[in-house]
Design a protein around this ligand. Structure first.
Ligand SMILES: [Zn+2]
Ligand SMILES: [Zn+2]
Length: 197
């Protein structure tokens, strides 16, 4: 490793440098003290820059996850092929997991997770999805190129739009909190309160 880079990494984390110098954790506890002593001067200088740079990289990797939970009002997503992109500027009103036979067949999945936002806060930013009317008088949209199911609207809820959680850029940030139509669920599909973390 470059000498200057190494010394800057060491400066970045003085506490960790101090711990490394004690040798704690570098060798199994049952190693003979004399072996530790004789090898310390040769091995520790080699280990120290590697351990410090791993710590620096790990801290960088954690940063985006922290930011994600701080900005829940900006929700983005899109279809599999990227033709259609959308944005919702609102904390979801509901987060549900629907077991109805209509969703199951339309999406082609055993159950479908949705987030719901107010219609004025949702817009397609790129592309225009294909729209069709279901036999239950709802409107569903999907990407005409790749088939990803995107939204659901119905006349009885004109101010709301449901968005498939799976099409969000960060679906992990929006776990469903309620099952819809559990009486229609397939016997092998668990309800939310049956899922153990
Ligand atoms: Zn697509
Ligand atoms: Zn449904």
């Amino acid at each position: 490793m470059d000498k200057r880079l190494r010394s800057s990494l060491l400066r970045a984390d003085p506490d960790r440098t101090k711990k490394n110098e004690t040798g704690t954790g570098a060798f199994p506890a049952h190693d003979a003290a004399c072996m530790v002593q004789s090898n310390r001067s040769r091995i520790l200088p080699l280990l120290r820059p590697i351990r410090v740079s791993v710590i620096v990289l790990a801290r960088r990797a954690r940063a985006p996850e922290i930011r994600l939970h701080m900005t829940p009002t900006s929700i983005t997503g899109g279809c599999y092929c990227g033709t259609v992109r959308f944005q919702a500027a609102q904390v979801p009103l509901y987060r549900t997991n629907c077991h109805c036979a209509n969703c199951r067949r339309a999406i082609g999945a055993q159950s479908v997770a949705w987030i719901t936002v107010n219609r004025p806060n949702f817009r397609f930013e790129k592309g225009s999805p294909k729209k069709y009317r279901t036999e239950t008088s709802a409107w569903r949209t999907f990407c005409d190129s790749c088939g990803t199911s995107l939204t659901y609207e119905r006349d009885s809820r004109p101010d709301e739009i449901d968005i498939t959680t799976g099409s969000l850029d960060h679906p992990e940030a929006f776990p469903p909190t309620k099952d819809f139509y559990p009486e229609e669920k397939l016997p092998w599909v668990p309800l939310i309160n049956m899922i153990k973390e």
